[in-house]
Write a protein that binds this ligand. Structure first.
Ligand SMILES: NC(=O)c1ccc[n+]([C@@H]2O[C@H](COP(=O)([O-])OP(=O)(O)OC[C@H]3O[C@@H](n4cnc5c(N)ncnc54)[C@H](O)[C@@H]3O)[C@@H](O)[C@H]2O)c1
Ligand SMILES: [Zn+2]
Ligand SMILES: [Zn+2]
Length: 361
């Protein structure tokens, strides 16, 4: 038995997305059926549509979501129907070599639903990041559901399911930002502003925001940036050095995914500092750096998948911090839209008009 719902599908590279019927199987062993309440539009959805992540079309897009568990399959006891959950793309296996070494946030074998959602004609869909939540209901592995306090509200909660968590975690978990640090964030969309929030939460003293859009820089200030740089008006590397006593920042976070901004991050950090790449590059991109500089500057060049988060540890904590008034997560929601508005939301993202458009279902 399957359930027919409406969902947003990308059929081919660069084609406009469309709302169409999606067939969702009833949950089998270890699976959960979730009634999606809200799902944010992340830049990664646009990467999928543009063929930047892979060629496994058709994709069922959407992966920054919160909702209510509707049904669970056999052997599921961590979540139950009625639970308010944030969906995650890191349901850790507990057995791979990363999990076995006590580093489950690097899990190499994360769980997704084993049954496939399909189009009405039976064509198998690839759900974005194993979630596919621009749909009224979606099927996931039960471990992809993290129960949190529903008081946060679905539109805000869902954003912790990807971009905002990736940003916060890039600063705190991957970058290891701590009190007194200087931090620069290049690219201030949902992910970059998450990194600014994370840096502030960790006690960074100087937080420098870099973007090419004045409105984005204004929002970045609202999240805690102490200084802003418009990369169209000034050289970000020189300005970051100026703002950090001539040295560069302790941690520089690249939240765009481009070689030229990665290079800026590389040169804008202090000796022995850390670069964190959280922006997602596309397959054709190449980097050319003098190896002597890589060696001579020391420190660490890291990348951050999902902010090295552990959903079961981090989501409830961040929701509680939000509810205590210490993390303004609601400020990421620029607008709420319907399933039919995703294509327009991509255009708004491109024009820099929104931090997050959130589909409400
Ligand atoms: N690593 C992860 O786990 C993870 C998770 C979610 C998203 N991402 C990736 O993070 C990146 C950002 O996502 P987002 O949703 O915040 O995107 P976004 O489009 O909302 O934000 C990108 C920002 O970069 C700015 N920008 C573009 N070119 C610039 C330049 N040359 N210099 C300075 N600023 C520039 C834009 O004005 C915009 O504000 C994407 O590549 C996305 O795929 C990674
Ligand atoms: Zn594992
Ligand atoms: Zn995302």
């Amino acid at each position: 038995m399957t359930i027919s719902v409406q969902g947003v599908v990308a059929r081919g590279k660069g084609e406009p997305v469309e709302v169409t019927t999606v067939e969702v199987p009833e949950p089998g062993p270890g699976e959960a059926l979730v009634a999606v309440q809200a799902c944010g539009v992340c830049h990664t959805d646009l990467h999928y549509k543009q063929g930047g992540i892979g060629e496994d079309f058709p994709y069922l897009l959407g992966h920054e979501a919160a909702g209510v568990v509707e049904a669970t399959g056999p052997g599921v006891d961590d979540v139950a129907p009625g639970d308010f959950v944030i969906l995650n793309w890191r349901a850790v296996c507990g057995r791979c070599r990363a999990c076995a070494r006590g580093r489950p946030w690097y899990c190499f074998s994360t769980h997704n639903a084993s049954q496939k959602m399909t189009l009405a004609d039976g064509t198998t869909l690839s759900p974005a990041l194993g979630i596919g939540a621009f749909a009224e209901k979606t099927l996931v592995a039960a471990g992809q559901c993290t129960k949190v306090d529903p008081a946060i509200g679905a539109a805000t909660a869902g954003l912790l399911g990807c971009g905002v968590m990736a940003g916060i975690g890039a600063a705190i978990n991957t970058g290891g930002v701590t009190r007194g640090d200087s931090v620069a964030v290049i690219g201030c969309g949902g992910v970059g502003d998450g990194a600014i929030l994370g840096a502030r939460l960790a006690g960074a003293q100087t937080i420098i925001a870099v973007d090419v859009d004045e409105a984005k820089l204004e929002w970045a200030r609202g999240f805690g940036a102490t200084d802003v740089i418009n990369a169209r008006a000034a050289d970000p590397v020189a300005r970051i050095r100026e703002l950090t006593g001539g040295f560069g920042a302790d941690v520089v976070i690249e939240a765009i995914g481009r070689p030229e901004t990665y290079e800026q991050a590389f040169y804008a950090r202090d000796l022995a500092g850390t670069v964190v790449l959280v922006g997602v590059p596309t397959p054709e991109m190449r980097l050319d750096l003098p190896l002597l500089e890589v060696f001579g500057r020391g420190g660490a060049l890291k990348s951050s998948w999902y902010g090295d988060c552990l959903p079961s540890r981090d989501f409830p904590m961040l929701v509680d911090l939000h509810l205590a008034g210490r993390l303004p997560l609601d400020k990421f929601v620029s607008e709420t839209i319907g399933l039919g508005d995703v294509e327009e939301a991509f255009a708004k993202m491109g024009r820099g008009e929104v931090l997050r458009s959130v589909v409400l279902l």
